[in-house]
Design a protein around this ligand. Sequence first.
Ligand code: ADP
Ligand code: MG
Length: 257
Amino acid sequence: ADARPAALEIRDLTVKFGGLTALKSVSLDVPPSSIVAVIGPNGSGKSTLFNSITGLVKPSAGVVRFAGRDLLGLRPDQVLRAGVARTFQNIRLFPNLTVMENVLIGQHTHLSAGAAGAVLGLPRVRAEEREAREFVLELLAMFGNRLVPRIDQGVAQLSYANRRRVEIARALASRPRLLMLDEPTAGMNPAESIELAEQIAAFRDFGLTVLLVEHKLDVVTRLADNVIVLNHGEKLAEGRADEVRRNEAVIEAYIGR
Ligand code: ADP
Ligand code: MG
């Protein structure tokens, strides 16, 4: 067992939407530099879990702690500054901006002089801008040749899979310590999904901690150090991918009896 404290600790998290309990006393740990996958049928609370961690939904009870710091009550921008970046189940990019511009926006929390200085053309800010663009190119290169040749294309012209990659690059641009991906391979074919899984595994090998929602069990099996199964807002099972795949309750929840 890992003696270090978990990077992300969730204790007894409960979320209610009116009369509906979307999460019921869910607890989980994401150890540092590990990949944890959350799986579960539609409506089981996976996105609600992500929204609770990132300040978009207010839980009615529970604890969310990252690197020893309480996240509950923080706004989404404060959660981002605390080192937690995410992508969305439905891609959220600026459709009229280029690949480079979309990813540069992800870095803004870390540009000291800010956009005003860039407009004024101050030499120090121009140097910072140049550094920022180089950093974006390094991030895009993590996806091989998929995005680098397309930096100046509008994201609306990209394939769906490439838009997903841009969104991940934008999240990485804030230099997070925890990366949260909500269905990153949705809309990707099997070969693209496996390629992305290998890239996400490389992020972990660089020291990043990853929490992801993923439906494709071959991707989960390849990637996840630990799997959490949600069903009707409750944690149904937890363990290594091969263990949860054999779990009777999990098989039933998925077949839907
Ligand atoms: P999943 O991501 O596992 O498919 P969600 O977390 O999106 O599930 O949804 C869990 C349950 O909570 C669903 O019944 C959904 O309709 C409900 N829900 C999610 N977000 C809201 C919201 N903002 N307001 C009301 N109900 C919501
Ligand atoms: Mg969802």
